[in-house]
Design a protein around this ligand. Structure first.
Ligand code: PLP
Length: 414
């Protein structure tokens, strides 16, 4: 029996979020405006359908909210059409599969171990269960293997190619994938796969102009709104094709979802508005600069980072090959000094997923809190010293000292 009230538990989590250094690459802290909209009275309203075409009365204002969010996201990513109703990134991806291809069709996606997402074809997800999956990966330098992609495309003739990742620290060349597809079309009587980009991880960097925009190259782009984009938890689907948006809209509702979450759609709209500002551009730039400074510190000490660095908001630190402790152990030990990371498989990992050789480290959340390069460099020094002591089994004596040091970094920012 859990004795605390819900309110008390929320307070405890608020305290944890305040005191911890949040390095989970897919998390962020939303603004007060976003938070307020997400917790607003819009949650009371049913609005199955789309603006102007609802199955319920009283939708005058939620129509305005949803239409405005669509306008704002189209302006932000420079596209013609958008669906802002997906409840999550996974639902957005599922909608694209179901809208554009048939179950049993072949889909090419990035392997989970190489950095792809579960919904890009993993056997535990609907994608790997309902579709015939061909996975591509990265080369020995940790960079997407574009040549292998071209070869696999010609060998397996997929109906859809998915580009995008959950733990890939380099710029993705969306144009190169478009060129590969167009070359394929020339030798296949104009036939070509749908080109889907899942930009969930980098959407905020795209919005802030520090990562290329996939919209001009892909047929359809999906994203979450809660990672680098710094909005509420949710998904979106973007396209420049009228034909595709019609199919997507029918699939999102009534195909796979019921009533839209208009409170979350309002919060998404606010996040699109916020991401379309000079301040957000500065934020996106700082996220990348922080990640580079953070990663470089580990490299300086001879630790191994997949692809030897980062161009975006995150990197995967191969702790097992750097100091001989697993990603799981690092996740648990860092938690004891109030640093939150997640274990992550490395390419061709010899350890199982629940142990993993790596940890994924990201800078979006702490950059929102005002951290700069020097704060991340200090933190890297603490992590390196502490994990070395963990390896020797001497961590317990120093946990309080490191916790205090971390608190000092946090307090200095305020
Ligand atoms: N796509 C990518 C690339 C992701 O990294 C994630 C989440 O980690 C998702 C989709 C799924 O998003 P959600 O957790 O909202 O379903």
């Amino acid at each position: 029996m859990i004795e605390n009230s819900y309110e008390e538990i929320i307070e405890l989590e608020a305290k944890r979020q305040k005191e911890n250094v949040e390095l989970i690459a897919s998390e962020n802290y939303v603004s007060e405006r976003v938070l307020k909209a997400a917790g607003s009275i819009l949650t009371n309203k049913y609005a199955e359908g789309y603006p102007g075409k609802r199955y319920y009365g009283g939708c005058k204002y939620v129509d305005l909210i949803e239409s405005k969010a669509i306008e704002d996201v189209c302006k932000l990513f420079n596209c013609k059409y958008a669906n802002v109703q997906p409840h999550s990134g996974s639902s957005a991806n599922q909608a694209v599969y179901r809208a554009l291809i048939n179950s049993g069709d072949t889909v090419m996606g990035m392997d989970l171990g190489a950095g792809g997402h579960l919904t890009h074809g993993h056997k535990m997800s609907f994608s790997g269960q309902d579709y015939n999956i061909v996975s591509y990966g990265i080369d020995t330098n940790g960079i997407i293997n574009y040549e292998e992609c071209e070869r696999l495309l010609n060998e397996y003739n997929p109906q859809m190619l998915i580009v995008g990742a959950s733990s890939y620290s380099r710029i993705i060349d969306y144009k190169k994938f478009r060129d590969i597809i167009e070359k394929y079309a020339v030798s296949h009587n104009g036939e070509k796969p749908y080109y889907m980009v899942d930009m969930a991880h980098v959407a905020g960097l795209v919005a802030g102009g520090v990562h290329p925009n996939p919209v001009p190259y892909a047929d359809v782009v999906t994203s979450t709104t809660h990672k680098t984009l710094r909005g509420p938890r949710g998904g979106i689907i973007l396209t420049n094709s009228e034909d595709i948006i019609k199919k997507i809209n029918k699939t999102v509702f009534p195909g796979i979802q019921g009533g839209p979450l208009e409170h979350i759609i309002a919060a998404k709209g606010i996040c699109f508005e916020e991401a379309n500002t000079e301040d957000f551009k500065k934020y996106a730039k700082q996220v990348v600069s922080n990640a580079k400074a953070f990663a470089n510190k580990f490299i300086e000490y001879g630790w191994k980072i997949i692809s030897d660095g980062t161009d975006n908001h995150m990197f995967v630190l191969d702790v097992y090959n750097s100091i001989g402790i697993t990603g799981k152990e690092v996740e648990e030990e860092l938690d004891k000094i109030n640093v939150t990371v997640n274990k992550n498989q490395t390419p061709n990992d010899i350890l199982p997923p629940l142990k993993s050789s790596g940890v994924r480290i990201g800078t979006p959340a702490m950059t929102t809190k005002g951290w700069k390069e020097e704060n991340f460099e200090k933190l890297a020094n603490i992590i390196i010293e502490y994990l070395k002591l963990c390896k020797e089994g001497k961590q317990e004596e120093v946990q309080n000292k490191y916790k205090e040091e971390i608190q000092r970094i946090i307090n200095n920012i305020k």
